[in-house]
Design a protein around this ligand. Structure first.
Ligand code: AMP
Length: 602
């Protein structure tokens, strides 16, 4: 079988060779990044040369670093005048604003760069205080950025770099006019980078008007040649980050691989996961570029000689590795490029045997799966995470096989005496059952954490806002305004666009009031009861933030929110309800634990 090409060719330049400042390179090394991802290798040179860029890349490809590193390279920290900023990153959601500003903070920490996320629902006092001093980088949702522009608490005349991240999502959410208004306040000579997962005509038109002779970068190649795909059973599990290790442990328990490689994106992840799996009874060894050649050779030798079951590796360290006894490849993280996926899974399924490829992805990363499927022309089945009872059933199944083997093997005389003794007092059937129970308890030892229930996440719908209006009676989401408390305006209602001036104190949802037809959701809806309401200071944005952040549900899938004095009700898709309840129970809302359950009232 023809081996697919490696994920990043050996000539991929190092971060150092790309000309990044030593402080930035050091930050990346500390994060465990071994080499640029394909989008970084393609986008960094033009962006570092201060050219405009149109990048077609989904979340999970490493695009945040692709636009953040050049922006940081060019910044003069502390140069922004009061109320001004040197770089503006616009993102569609509050969650992404937080995520991107954290990433920029981490990359730019050594440079002393100040970063401020601006999104609806956040306490405005702090935003005003920081803005007043001036801030190097602002990461904002369009609605909130516009609020500050109109209040004159934010000025964009000193902006040197603008990034539009997930531009297609921003348009889907009705932010087109806001984007135009914001861009018109920035200087003509700025550098602009636009990233989008897709390139519909509306994005092309924005790029046409606002980018100056942009360099175009698209990472996924369209399709593999016939024969390039190995014969591998491919399964994916969608899980929130917090449950990834538990899911991995459970899937490994069920699959019982003879030998598996588990791929991670960074050295840090490799080290953490190795420690964690060894603590759970696996024989796991780490393999990454931070280890000496001698250490790496030793690990590979041990793995080949069956002294280890699992190799936890980065792509770079595992490049060129050929291990015939490998039965499973696990992507603990979806690789940053679809080609890397093909290369990884090509390591199993050799010599005509069927291999198994397992991928764990976080809810936001589902688009990466589509990219991979487009490249390979094969479907990856998204399976439900095995439940505790699946696991128990599997363990019992294994006990049954061991018992059969032992019965067939004979030589039981030494034990028959005990069975005979007990048979005077108990039935032989009960004696056998008790022996099985003991065996099972022994099996379960040290595996206690694996037995927590893992929330089930369904794959998100491909398009979040279908453009056609559904006929028939409106669903619950369509009349969410009717659910609102009488107090306060109905502006958090998605179907009604609030007056600009009213926006600032409300949550993220009130920012996203696109002028699009009301419609019914495509899923069944469940109401959740949350045991805290207005008196506890609860706001719609808190609930949206918690559900999106803790349970990984896209905020566009959250329905009507009703906040009463002592409790709140929120509508969520039925298939996600159990997972949301379990995630919220494990976290705090407005700083405290609250009751969360299905709403049983009519
Ligand atoms: P993004 O597409 O920017 O959301 O990045 C997806 C994930 O890839 C994040 O967890 C990043 O920390 C990680 N990442 C970005 N660049 C690299 C790299 N060069 N090597 C390893 N991991 C990376």
């Amino acid at each position: 079988m023809k081996a697919p090409p490696p994920p990043a060719a050996p000539e991929t330049p190092s971060f150092d060779a790309l000309g990044l400042k030593p402080d930035l390179v050091e930050a990346l090394t500390a994060l465990g990044y071994e080499e640029p991802t394909p989008i970084q290798a393609a986008a960094l040179p033009p962006l570092l040369a201060q050219k405009d860029l149109l990048g077609i890349a989904a979340t999970g490809t490493g695009k945040t670093a692709a636009f953040s590193l050049p922006l940081l390279q060019h910044l003069k920290p502390g140069a922004a005048a009061p109320h001004s900023t040197s770089a503006l990153v616009l993102v569609p959601t509050r969650e992404l604003a937080m995520q991107v500003s954290e990433a920029i903070h981490r990359y730019g920490q050594k440079l002393g760069v100040s970063v401020l996320p601006l999104y609806g629902g956040q306490e405005i006092g702090r935003q005003l205080r920081v803005l007043k001093r001036g801030v190097d980088v602002i990461v904002a949702t369009p609605g909130r950025a516009l609020d500050h522009l109109r209040r004159k608490t934010l000025k964009l005349d000193q902006v040197q770099t603008v990034v539009l991240d997930e531009a297609d999502e921003m348009l889907d959410m009705g932010f087109a006019d806001d984007l135009e208004a914001i861009l018109s306040e920035t200087p003509e000579q700025r550098q602009t980078a636009l990233f989008s997962a897709t390139l519909p005509p509306r994005i092309a038109s924005i790029a046409e008007r606002h980018l100056h002779e942009p360099v175009r970068v698209r990472i996924a190649k369209e399709k593999l040649e016939a024969g390039e795909m190995p014969r591998v059973r491919q399964t994916a599990y969608i899980v929130p980050r917090a449950f990834k290790i538990a899911t991995l442990g459970r899937v490994l328990d069920l699959e019982s691989p003879t030998a598996a490689i588990v791929f991670c994106r960074t050295r840090t992840e490799v080290d953490e996961l190795t420690t964690s799996l060894n603590g759970r009874g696996w024989r796991a060894h780490a393999l990454h570029g931070g280890m000496s050649q001698e250490q790496r050779d030793r690990v590979i030798k041990q793995f080949k000689s069956q002294a280890a079951d699992l190799l936890i590796a980065t792509d770079v360290a595992a490049r060129g590795l050929d291990i015939p006894r490998l039965t499973h490849v696990v992507n603990f993280d979806v690789p940053n490029a679809p080609e890397a996926y093909v290369h990884r899974i090509g390591r199993t399924g050799r010599a005509g045997r069927e291999g198994v490829a397992i991928t764990l992805l976080e809810p936001r990363e589902h688009r990466l799966l589509r990219n991979i499927e487009r490249l390979t022309g094969q479907r990856i089945e998204v399976s439900a995470v095995p439940t505790v009872s699946d696991l128990r059933a599997r363990r019992l199944e294994m006990i049954r096989s061991s018992l059969r083997e032992t019965l067939v093997g004979g030589e039981l005389d030494a034990f028959r005496g005990i069975a005979e003794d007990l048979s005077g007092e108990f039935s032989v059937m009960d004696v056998a059952a008790a022996a099985i129970k003991l065996l099972q308890e022994k099996e379960d030892e040290g595996k206690d954490t694996a037995d927590q229930e893992i929330p089930q996440v369904s794959a998100p719908a491909e398009r979040k806002f279908p453009r056609t209006e559904r006929s028939g009676p409106p669903g619950r989401f369509a009349d969410r305004g009717a659910e609102r408390p009488s107090r306060g305006p109905r502006t958090a209602d998605r179907g009604e666009r609030p007056e600009r001036g009213e926006r600032s104190e409300r949550g993220e949802r009130s920012e996203r009031a696109p002028a699009r037809p009301q419609r019914a959701p495509e899923w069944n809806v469940t109401r959740l009861f949350i045991g805290a309401g207005r008196t506890a200071g609860m706001r719609p944005a808190d609930l949206v933030g918690a559900i999106a952040g803790e349970a990984g549900l896209e905020s566009s899938r959250i329905g009507a929110i009703h906040i009463a004095d002592m409790y709140s009700i929120v509508e969520v898709p039925e298939p996600d309800a159990a997972r949301i309840i379990s995630a919220l129970k494990g976290s705090t809302l407005r700083g405290r634990k609250v009751t969360v359950r299905r709403d049983t009232r009519d």
